[in-house]
Structures are given as C-alpha cells and as structure tokens.
Design a protein around this ligand. Structure first.
Ligand code: FE2
Length: 246
C-alpha cells in the first residue's frame, strides 16, 4: 500500500530555447517563391517567432523543384533582398541568408554538374527525397557532390517512410550529413515519423536540426518541440553542428 495514494511530485520540465542551436538552416520564410511565406508580412510573423525562441541566424531554403518551384539564384536572392529590406523597417535584428532545399530529381543532377547549386555557407547542399518511393542512385549522387569538395545534407530523413536506418547510415558513411526537423519530435507529422526521428537520435545520427518552417502552425510546433525529451537529449549530447554555420 505504501505510496499508493501519495501524489508523485511532478518534476518541473526544464525550459530552454534554441540558443544551443542558434542557426536555423532549413526554412521557407522567403516571401512568395514556394509553399512557405507568401508575403513579407507572413515572413515577419515566422521570423519573430524564431527570434523569440533563441534563433540567431536564419538560412532560408526555398524549394528548387523542376516540376513545381523553378527557383534559381535570381528568384531566391531577389526574395532575400526584399525580405532583408523589410526586416530593417520592422527593426528585426537577425542575420538572414539564403540557400535552397533541392529536390532530388533530374534537374538536381544538372545543377550539380553545372555548379549551380544554392549552397549553405559555400559548402553545404541541402536536398530532399521524394516522400513516396526511394529514388535511384542516391549514393552515386552523394559521391558526385562530395567529389566536388561539397557536403550534402539530407533533409528530414525521418519523413521518408521507405528509408531504413541502415540506408541512412550508409548515406552518412559516404559523407552525407543528416538534418532532422525538430517538429518531427512532437508528433506533428504523425506517430511513425516521431518514432523514426527518435530512432535517429538514439542512433547518434543527427547532425543538424531545423524548423523547416512554412507557416505559423510549424512555428507553434517548433516551440512545443522544446518540451520533448529527445530535443533535450540532443542538447545534452552536444553533437549538433548548427552552431558552426554562424
Ligand atoms: Fe523544407
């Protein structure tokens, strides 16, 4: 009977912000060029949330997809300039840069071959795979990128239902880094994605985390993610590389 009716004292949840991450390197906050923010006003709403949560630098990564979002250096840099000017008028003090989230399609191969990738810090290539089925030649493409002295980063592997841990490990062994969406840890994309995200954390395979922010619901989940034990685990283990992108 001992303790049966005694109320367990609730441990206070540690509150922390994204200061330990500092650099959000995957988001869709540039206005009007993909499925993220559609105007500078919408961009500002998202960016204010990120600043409030301790983000010090944003690397915006609009989609480049041959079939849907035909972005390039011109469309991306124009949107970046528009946003930067607007942030000044709003007195929002945050470092903001632009790269891209490259979709793995035949156009991506062309951009690699023609040295037209939109790089993070002149070094990193953020790319995503199809959500439905595994594309061909991924390891070969990773090798093509690393042969150029660049570092590929796979966006949100936890969201590809076909991708096994072994395949992600293999990609990583070929020099591909792994970026987890912080909001995956909240169950935002469902239980399976949450489980996959936790498995990647447990396997010590997460190199970067980011918001992948498109709209205010993502901002809300990004805040909620701070309360998850797995985000705390990532913080405590200290292996995240985001801060090196400052
Ligand atoms: Fe994204």
């Amino acid at each position: 009977m001992f303790g049966l009716f005694s109320k367990k004292k609730k441990e206070p949840q540690e509150i922390f912000d994204y200061d330990f991450v500092s650099v959000d390197m995957h988001s869709h906050v540039l206005p009007g060029i993909d499925d993220g923010a559609q105007s500078v006003e919408e961009s500002v709403v998202l960016i204010r949330e990120m600043v409030a949560l301790g983000i010090k630098k944003i690397i915006a990564t609009p989609h480049i997809m041959a079939d849907y979002y035909k972005n390039n250096a011109t469309t991306i840099n124009t949107a970046l300039n528009t946003l930067t000017e607007h942030l000044k008028t709003e007195n929002i003090d945050i470092a903001i840069q632009a790269a891209a989230e490259h979709y793995y399609d035949e156009f991506f191969t062309k951009l690699i071959d023609n040295n037209e990738l939109m790089l993070i810090n002149n070094q990193y290539v953020l790319f995503e795979l199809a959500f439905t089925s595994k594309p061909p030649n991924v390891i070969y493409t990773i090798q093509k990128i690393t042969d150029k002295g660049l570092t590929p980063i796979l966006a949100h592997p936890e969201r590809y239902p076909y991708l096994t841990l072994q395949e992600a490990e293999s990609m990583r062994s070929w020099g591909c880094r792994i970026q987890l969406n912080a909001i995956s840890l909240t169950g935002y994309y469902g239980k399976e994605v949450k489980k996959s995200a936790e498995t990647l954390v447990d396997a010590g395979m997460v190199d970067y985390i980011s918001s992948d922010m498109h709209h205010p619901r993502h901002a809300h989940a990004f805040k909620t993610a701070l309360q998850t034990p797995y985000l705390k685990k990532l913080k405590d283990e200290g292996n995240l590389q985001n801060i090196h992108l400052l």
